[in-house]
Write a protein that binds this ligand. Structure first.
Ligand SMILES: [Zn+2]
Length: 141
């Protein structure tokens, strides 16, 4: 059972994220379902329901992440932490190449794998958004 954040907290998280998923950068305006407020550290791992532990997440990323806080870096096989949007900077861990999100660090690579950020459907959708100018350029992240 997950504690639902208050409306005010949800608005704060959404505003801070610029209405984009903090994992894959997908904007709410183009999503079929409403972005969710994710506990970066799940409550079962003692993560609190406060601003410092919440992130905006699209349904796809949130479903894939679940309560996971660690994943395997596909390059080294090592268990590493999942990317934390509260304590880490997206551009330090990922880059966008064509429509692909590339992990630059162990955490970045593990997160790309765990969240299936480069599934066929997600890349096709991202390619359309990039083509239409609706996927962020570096200065917007
Ligand atoms: Zn996402």
């Amino acid at each position: 059972m997950t504690t639902r954040p208050s409306i005010e907290l949800r608005h704060e998280v959404t505003r801070r994220a610029g209405n984009r998923c903090e994992y894959c950068l997908f904007h709410q305006d183009f999503a079929a379902s409403t972005h969710q407020v994710d506990h970066v550290i799940a409550e079962k791992h003692r993560g609190p329901t406060n601003s410092e532990n919440l992130a905006l997440s699209c349904t796809m990323c949130n479903r894939r992440k679940g309560s996971d806080i660690g994943a395997i870096d596909p390059e080294t096989g090592q268990l590493v932490r999942v990317y934390n949007p509260r304590t880490q900077n997206w551009l330090d861990h990922f880059e966008v190449k064509d429509a692909r999100i590339v992990g630059l660090t162990p955490e970045g690579r593990a997160t790309v794998e765990l969240l299936h950020l480069n599934s066929y459907e997600r890349m096709a959708e991202r390619a359309e958004l990039i083509h239409a100018g609706h996927f962020p350029i570096k200065s917007e992240i």
